[in-house]
Every structure is written in C-alpha cells, then in structure tokens.
Write a protein that binds this ligand. Structure first.
Ligand code: SF4
Length: 435
C-alpha cells in the first residue's frame, strides 16, 4: 500500500513558507509522504503570492507546472493570490481545486488533500504515522503573527491576510520547544506584520517579551527575527536583539523609500530621519549587528530628487545588505490608481543602481567581519564544504572541517568569498565568540 504523495510549492514571503511548512508537518503526521517534485506527487499544493505582478505570474506558472507533471496529478491552489485576486483559482481546469481565505494553519487545505486521497483504496491499519522531518530546512520558521491593518497604499497583503492575529505566548513557547527538540539550531520568528505581535492579546504584550521568552529557553539553539516594520521597533526590542546571547544580532527593517514625501504617499508611518534614528540606536548597542533593508523604487510621484533622498538615507544607514524591487501596481490598492509613475527605464535604472549599492554594502559588511569568530548554523553541504549562516546573517562555507546539518559551530571568518559565501574555518580553540 503506497502512501499519498504530496508536493508543496510556495511562492512568496516567509509567512507563506511557514504556512507551507506547517501544512507539510500536519500532512506528514497523518502519514502523507511529502515529496519534492510534482512528477512524484499524487496531489500538488501551490501556495500562492500576489504581492507583486511577478509573484502572481510565478504562482500561475507553478499551477501550470503541477498540471503538466502528470495527467493524474490533482492540484490544490491556495494562499494570498486565491484570497485577494478575484477568480485567480478559476480557469485552470477540473483537476484544480482552490481554497481561499486566511487559513492560518492550513487545516482546510490538509482536509481537502485528505479528501482527494479518498478515491484511493486504503488499508486503514497500515502506513500511518509521521514520515520524518519536513523537507530541506535546518533553520525552522515559526509564524507567530498573521494579518495586517496598517494600510500601506501599495500593499495587497491586508486583503489577503485579514486583521492582525497573534499566536498566544504559551503556544509559541511550546512550538519553539518542539522545533528545538527536533534538533533545529535556529527558529526564525515570522509573521505578516511581525511587530504587531501581541496587539490583539490580553494586556497587549510587545514582541520583545515574546523574543525574550523564547530566547531564554532556546539554548543551545537561537532565535532570529524576520522582517519587522520600523514603527514596531522599540528600545525593549533593540535590547533583546542586541543583548540576549541566544538572539541573532540581525534586524531586517524595510525602508521602502528615503523620501518623506513618497513615504507619506505610501502610507508608511515614519520618515527618513526616524528610520536613521532606529539604525543609530541599534548600532550604538551593537556594532556587528546585521541590518538589512528593502527598497521599493518607482512609486508614483518618485522623481529624481526623491530617488536621491533614498540613496542618501541608505548611505547614512550603512546597511549590511539591500533588497531592491520595482513598484508593481496591485489591483484593489490605493497606489494602483495613483498618477506620476516614473518610466519603466527610469525604474529599471534606479533598481539597478540600488542593487549595486547593496552589493557594495554587503561586501563591506563581509570584509568588516573578517577574522571574527561567529556562531554558524550548518544547513547542508556545498561544493566547498559544509555551508551555513552566521548569527549576524552571513552565509559561509566551512573550510577543512566536517559539520553535520543542524549543528551550531564556532567559526573564524576569512575574507575570501566563493559563490556569495564567505569562507570560514573552525574556531575550536578560540575561547569566545565575537560579541
Ligand atoms: S505593514 Fe504595510 S507592507 Fe507590511 S503587510 Fe502591512 S500593509 Fe503590507
């Protein structure tokens, strides 16, 4: 009797990846085999994204790829594009079933997959129980928050994910303990608007209290924050991110624009000076902190002066890396009907220039870390040796030493970069980590 085989494809953010991971976990616990390719799957699940036109295209491509894998494959399409874009799940044909709605833990998707199995004859007594760890990730995602009502004018996520909802502290502690108990070296806290965690819970606790509670119980593992909006960063959060030895010294703060006029049009509730103030307070606490950011170029009303403001704020912030994207008008958002968009060529050039700036910033951050001893979470093996990620978000490869995936090792960083990874060597004899 073969098990039902399910392949899960995810487009989009860490919140989506966390949803897919929790779906894989619940299906695995129910005896389903999670496979990594559509060709081997009886059922394919496509967890979609619509935050940009490109993500929407990638989601449609994934559905078509799943359908093309074999004439027998049944496809379940879910996620933000199905929820926020009218008719997204339709028109793919009878083998596709769509599930809309902000299904935080994918229970309805799992139920549908189970129902799709219904047609197969099955020996109830056998082939049940977990089939090992979900595919491919040593560092685990834990989605502790979902939904957003902040209302950035370009963003379709609130329409897809609904109001803010937080995982209660006790449940988060339990889930994190289970992940560390599986031998995960790192738990990455994620959400749709992570910084809003707690706003809907009794007493409105702040994210810092959750991070501290998880970090206090994490050893030998560690906790990392994924992207957090600038308006959610308070001193308590900066203290725990920069001061707790089981929290990765890494902040990802989306700037989006350095022009106060454009930020206001985006509905972002901070200005360039405010953003730099957070960076200053964070760096004053911790010089080796990794500070990443996102920049959205080509927003309606962004002229040459506004772009210059963005580059100026970036230069003053000295980020460790930069993700730059072109504005993509999303149906149903206020920005979609705004005028004054720069030309495609202008946008393409601004994205290119910002990414170039980001490459230099990243190289400078790597160089500044040369010689430092960092804690590396080993994620697998690459061509040059075991590969992993430092606490301050530097991808490395370990030269001359074996290290098992999932382990945390101390390593001295070198200066050579191979395939985007900084070389490192074991630092067994070193007494302490660079902190
Ligand atoms: S904070 Fe803004 S960009 Fe982020 S999910 Fe909410 S509306 Fe979208």
């Amino acid at each position: 009797m073969t098990r039902l085989r399910v392949a899960i494809a995810t487009v989009g953010c860490r919140a989506n990846q966390a949803d897919s991971a929790s779906l894989a976990r619940s299906l695995g616990a129910d005896g389903v085999e999670i496979v990594s390719s559509f060709v081997d799957a009886d059922v394919a699940v496509v967890n979609t994204c619509c935050v940009t036109a490109e993500a929407e295209r990638d989601s449609r491509k994934a559905v078509r790829r799943a359908l093309g894998a074999s004439p027998a494959t049944r496809v379940v399409v879910t996620g933000c594009a199905v929820t926020a874009l009218a008719g997204f799940g339709e028109g793919f044909g009878p083998r596709v079933r769509a599930i809309a709605g902000t299904d935080t833990d994918m229970t309805r998707v799992a139920a549908l997959v189970g129902a799709l199995e219904g047609g197969r004859d099955r020996d109830a007594g056998q082939a049940r129980g977990p089939v090992g760890r979900p595919l491919g990730r040593e560092r685990a995602l834990l989605k502790v928050q979902t939904g957003c009502s902040h209302g950035c004018t370009y963003c379709v996520v609130p329409a897809a994910r609904g109001e803010e909802r937080s995982m209660p502290l006790g449940e988060a502690v339990e889930r994190a303990a289970a992940l560390f108990g599986e031998g995960r070296p790192e738990v990455v806290l994620t959400g749709v608007q992570l910084g809003a965690w707690g706003c809907d819970l009794p007493g409105s606790p702040r994210l810092a209290s959750l991070v501290a509670a998880l970090a206090d119980r994490a050893a030998p593992g560690r906790v990392r924050l994924s992207s957090i909006e600038p308006w959610s960063v308070d001193d308590a959060l900066l203290d725990v991110v920069t001061g707790h030895d089981r929290v990765c010294p890494h902040l990802h703060l989306p700037l989006q624009s350095g022009s106060d006029r454009v930020l206001a049009a985006m509905g972002r509730t901070y200005d360039g000076r405010g953003f730099l103030g957070i960076v200053e307070r964070a760096r004053a606490r911790r010089a080796d902190l990794a500070l990443g950011t996102d920049v959205l170029l080509g927003f309606p009303g962004e002229d040459g002066a506004a772009f210059a403001d963005t580059l100026a704020v970036l230069k003053d912030a000295h980020p460790s890396y930069v993700h730059a994207f072109g504005f993509s008008p999303r149906p149903g958002t206020r920005a979609c009907s705004m005028f004054g968009r720069p030309s495609r060529d202008e946008v393409r050039e601004r994205v290119r220039e910002t990414r170039l700036f980001g490459d230099h910033a990243r190289a400078a951050f790597f160089a500044a870390q040369g010689g430092a001893v960092r804690e590396v979470a080993i994620e697998g093996r690459g061509a040059s040796g075991p590969r992993g990620l430092t606490d301050n978000f530097i991808p490395v490869f370990l030269r001359g030493e074996e290290a098992a995936p999932g382990s945390l090792v101390r390593a001295r960083l070198g200066t050579a970069v191979v395939g985007g990874r900084l070389e490192a060597e074991p630092a067994l004899r070193d007494t302490g980590l660079s902190r």
